[in-house]
Design a protein around this ligand. Structure first.
Ligand SMILES: [Mg+2]
Length: 247
């Protein structure tokens, strides 16, 4: 049985907690995906510009449309390519310059986000190994398209570290509670780690699960929390710092 303990800040209140399990986020916590989206958007913009069209106007529209499409299409694999093509239609649809070939080429580039391997965050394997050595139980609660996330989990080579793996379209207090139940622990025995205040930290704290924030370079959607909220959070700069926090 794990004897690890740590001082953690939950909703601004310091408390001495005894953790026996860690719930990890996947995208941009254990592996890095944001650069894949940036590379695809940049390549698509180049294609737009080589077609003689305004790449900056397309990119602004694509970013705006992708945010709007979260409400309509969630985190499905269809959303990002759809936003790229819809941005073409919205920006150039009445210009007479938009061809079906250009729409197809941009869609193909956008879909590459879901087949390109996402590199592991520095130290991911070593930190999970060390947590296991310290007898922490580990779970993965990942947000996104089921098929895409299953492939990223398989590609990561990290699956064997986790007792529980759950993929959801959006994290809620209930999805954290479900993982805690599957671990047959109480919420105050578990700590979570994630890169998004709104998607990871807020629902975890609402479920009574302490949360550690690992900021990452992410798109606008994941930065939708109030900035003054960051001051009350327990945060780390690297995954390795998690080892110091959980003890
Ligand atoms: Mg994430």
């Amino acid at each position: 049985m794990c004897r690890a303990s740590c001082t953690c800040v939950v909703n601004g209140v310091s408390s001495r907690s005894r953790f026996r399990a860690v719930i990890f986020d996947g995208d941009d916590t254990l592996w890095l995906t944001e650069a894949l989206y940036d590379a695809a958007r940049s390549t698509a913009r180049d294609i737009v510009e080589r077609a003689g069209l305004d790449g900056e106007a397309w990119e602004l529209q694509q970013r705006r449309r992708d945010l709007e499409n979260v409400a309509l299409h969630g985190h499905s694999a269809d959303r990002f390519p759809r936003s790229c093509v819809e941005a073409l239609d919205l920006t150039f649809g009445t210009s007479g310059c938009l061809t079906e070939e250009l729409r197809e080429r941009v869609a193909d580039v956008a879909r590459s986000v879901f087949t390109a391997p996402a590199p592991l965050r520095d130290g991911a394997t070593e930190v999970l190994d060390e947590l296991k050595r310290r007898e922490f139980r580990l779970a993965l609660l990942s947000k996104g398209d089921q098929r895409v996330q299953r492939r990223r989990i398989a590609d990561s080579g990290l699956a064997e570290h986790f007792e529980v793996i759950s993929i959801v379209d959006a994290k809620t207090p209930e999805s954290f509670e479900s993982v805690v139940q599957q671990l047959t622990l109480r919420s105050d025995q578990v700590v979570s780690v994630g890169n998004s205040v709104a998607s990871d930290i807020q629902p975890s704290l609402a479920a009574g699960v302490a949360a550690v924030w690992l900021p990452a370079y992410v798109w606008e959607y994941e930065n939708r929390h109030a900035l003054d909220e960051e001051r009350s959070l327990t945060s780390i700069r690297t995954l390795q710092e998690l080892l110091d926090i959980v003890g």
